[in-house]
Design a protein around this ligand. Structure first.
Ligand code: ADP
Ligand code: MG
Length: 631
């Protein structure tokens, strides 16, 4: 039983990591590993950094987030560099509440969850170890035990700066349990765990009238007041609010701006001064990262309210927009489906891609840039090579609208449409057309779409459909020829040999007979005509290609099938034109003859074995492409 062994292993690991000792023993630990005493913000930053940073073309991507969040590299880079990193260095931003702002289902909660789960794990590692005063409900930092007047000296000796005062409860415990002997106070290693409410807290607003501030800051324990005699005895207080429990780690504040102001003020004092007020006690010091999230509309109405002015300057807003890359959107859907109840349904190749194309188009904003329509912009954003554009152009397009990605269709909507199709269709297989149909039907039911947007969206569905038509045709074509890449390459090499001979006014040598022959104009034209190159323009086109080839050669780059966009298109179209009739006859014949049947079965087998179809979706694809070709 593997799982039982793993559970046992886990228990043993936990036991091995446990540590408890006196404060003086703890000082030995931090003398050797001062990072143990780092602040919560610093721990979060180091956790992110330790997971690894990839840098490509000056853009950083943080592995810590990359398994769960796709296409948000820029937002994350900004978040780390403008918040986590400076906060870890004790700069002023750490005194502000971190507010993630973005559209619904754009990954805000996921981002926070990644941080929480990450901290739980990190606290089990050496570099992320956390120690606390034993038996303290707030897992108070042991260094708070060091009296203020000795802290400068401590800093000199240990290189560690201490912030915050010993909490009223531990002041009392120090006297009563340890007779004031700080060195004897018991310290233990703690492990963050949201379920056990250690170092990780979550607060979500409920009815503002009934919600009690105690949820945040704890409350008097009426059952023990009699025993301790007074409300101001810290032993009669339960330090079990979310702010207490999240001490040393992080607290998530869900839907922060929906919350009553009095809750916000507590948070502000906490982030600003590092302490908050609970019950009748002196201020309680706490060290935690507070992350809140909200949507744009709520945020706008919040800042437009004069009453909230003082709060603004104490919040740092970080945008979390939607992903804008088709390929990453596909990954989001794959992940969401994997985690859902419909994970075992066959989703035909390209079905998710087509949905992703639609979603991304709804999120993009029109550009003023000449020659760039939304589809081209979509390709550029996804890192596709588009002739005549480079990375600088892409960066410029990104800069054109600062609010791009703040609106449009959200991933959850798409997944809901897909699952409802699956459930309704009651078949174990859906394809791109099913998905598009379902997205289209859903637009009527989507509550928050204006009439205008609906029209735009309908148009995007037909664009996505056209993209799919091309993909589908190419897919079938590929399955028909034994090796598509090879055929394309052979045809192109042949074309280039002829072009070279034509431009240099040379002869070609027949590879079989060795005989000299003139360039084959008919072959060249049959390719060029595919992309509308006229007889008059053929010379210029051929020369341009030769120039491109020699430019490649100069740079030591290999000119291949993908080096010239229009040529690639021409070759593909030519191959397809040659095949078209075969495919057309084979796929649309109602009563295929023996030969056709054999070919169809071969193609279907190839679609299944090499392209990820099952027999239902492969047959559907063939039928669809057959009908496209007969239009
Ligand atoms: N960029 C993204 N990368 C990965 N998953 C995403 C992304 N955006 C949204 N999701 C997925 O969409 C769903 C909704 O995201 P969520 O984090 O709840 O959004 P929010 O809190 O912003 O409303 C989740 O399943 C999440 O994993
Ligand atoms: Mg959320």
């Amino acid at each position: 039983m593997d799982i039982l062994r793993k559970i046992q292993q886990h228990r043993e690991d936990e036991r091995r990591l446990k540590w408890e000792g006196t404060f003086s023993e703890y000082l030995d630990i931090i003398r050797e590993r001062p990072e143990v005493a780092q602040s919560a913000h610093s721990r979060v930053y180091n956790m992110i950094k330790d997971a690894g940073i990839d840098e490509v073309d000056g853009k950083r991507s943080y592995s810590f987030f990359s398994e769960e969040l796709y296409g948000l590299e820029e937002a994350i880079e900004r978040l780390v560099e403008e918040y986590f990193h400076p906060a870890a260095k004790r700069l002023d931003v750490r005194k502000r509440i971190l507010l993630l702002m973005g559209p619904v289902s754009g990954g805000k909660s996921t981002l926070v969850t990644v941080l929480k789960r990450g901290l739980e794990k990190y606290s089990h590692e050496d570099s992320g170890a956390v120690y606390a005063i034993k038996g303290c409900p707030m897992h108070e930092d042991p260094l708070h035990l060091i009296p203020h007047h000795l802290r400068d000296e401590f800093h000199e000796e240990y290189g560690i700066r201490i912030e915050g005062s010993l909490s009223p409860l531990n002041v009392m415990r120090l006297e009563q349990e340890y007779g004031g002997r700080i060195e004897d106070v018991m310290i233990e290693r703690i492990f963050f765990n949201e379920d056990k409410r250690t170092g990780i807290g979550t607060f979500s607003p409920s009815d503002p009238k009934s919600q009690d501030i105690a949820d945040l800051t704890g409350s008097i324990d009426f059952s023990t007041i009699a025993e301790f005699g007074s409300e101001s005895d810290p032993r009669a207080y339960r330090f079990d609010g979310e702010l207490n429990k999240a001490n040393r780690g992080m607290m998530e504040f869900q839907e922060m701006l929906k919350c009553d102001e009095k809750f916000l003020w507590h948070l502000l004092s906490l982030t600003q001064e590092g302490n908050f007020k609970a019950g009748r006690f002196a201020l309680i010091s706490a060290d935690e990262l507070v992350v809140a999230h909200t949507n744009e509309a709520e945020y706008r109405s919040f800042i437009s309210n004069k009453k909230n002015e003082a709060l603004h300057s104490r919040i740092i807003v970080m945008p979390v927009p939607y992903n804008l890359k088709v390929s990453q959107e596909e990954r989001i859907y794959e992940k969401m489906i994997r985690e859902s109840d419909v994970a075992d349904v066959h989703i035909a190749p390209h079905a998710l891609r087509v949905a992703a194309i639609f979603s991304i188009l709804t999120r993009l904003k029109d550009t003023n840039r000449q020659g760039v329509d939304l589809v081209k912009k979509m390709r550029l954003y996804d890192g596709e090579i588009v002739e005549g554009f480079n990375q600088v152009d892409v960066d410029e397009l990104h800069k054109e609208h600062s609010d791009e990605g703040m609106s449009g269709i959200d991933p959850r909507y798409v997944i809901n449409r897909i699952s409802s199709t699956i459930i309704r269709k009651e078949v174990p297989s859906i394809n791109a057309l099913d998905v598009l149909r379902s997205l289209k039907d859903g637009l009527d039911q989507h509550a928050s779409i204006s009439k205008e947007d609906k029209e735009r969206y309908m148009n995007f569905i037909s664009i996505a459909r056209k993209e799919y038509d091309e993909i589908a045709k190419k897919e079938v074509q590929k399955a028909f020829v034994y090796s598509y890449e090879e055929s394309a390459k052979t045809l192109m090499d042949n074309y280039l040999d002829n072009v070279e001979a034509y431009c240099n006014k040379n002869k070609l040598r027949d590879p079989l007979t060795g005989e000299e022959m003139s360039p084959d104009d008919k072959l060249m034209r049959s390719i060029e005509e595919q992309i509308g190159i006229s007889e008059n323009a053929k010379k210029a086109f051929r020369e341009e290609i030769l120039i491109r080839i020699s430019a490649y050669a100069r740079k030591g780059k290999k000119f291949d099938y993908n080096s010239h966009e229009r040529l690639r298109e021409a070759i593909q179209k030519k191959l397809f034109a040659d095949l078209k009739d075969v495919v057309k006859i084979t796929t649309s014949s109602k009563t295929p003859n023996e030969n056709q049947l054999k070919k169809i079965n071969e193609v279907i087998a190839r679609l299944i074995d090499e392209h990820g179809y099952n027999s239902i979706s492969a047959n559907e694809l063939l039928r669809y492409v057959g009908s496209l070709l007969n239009r």
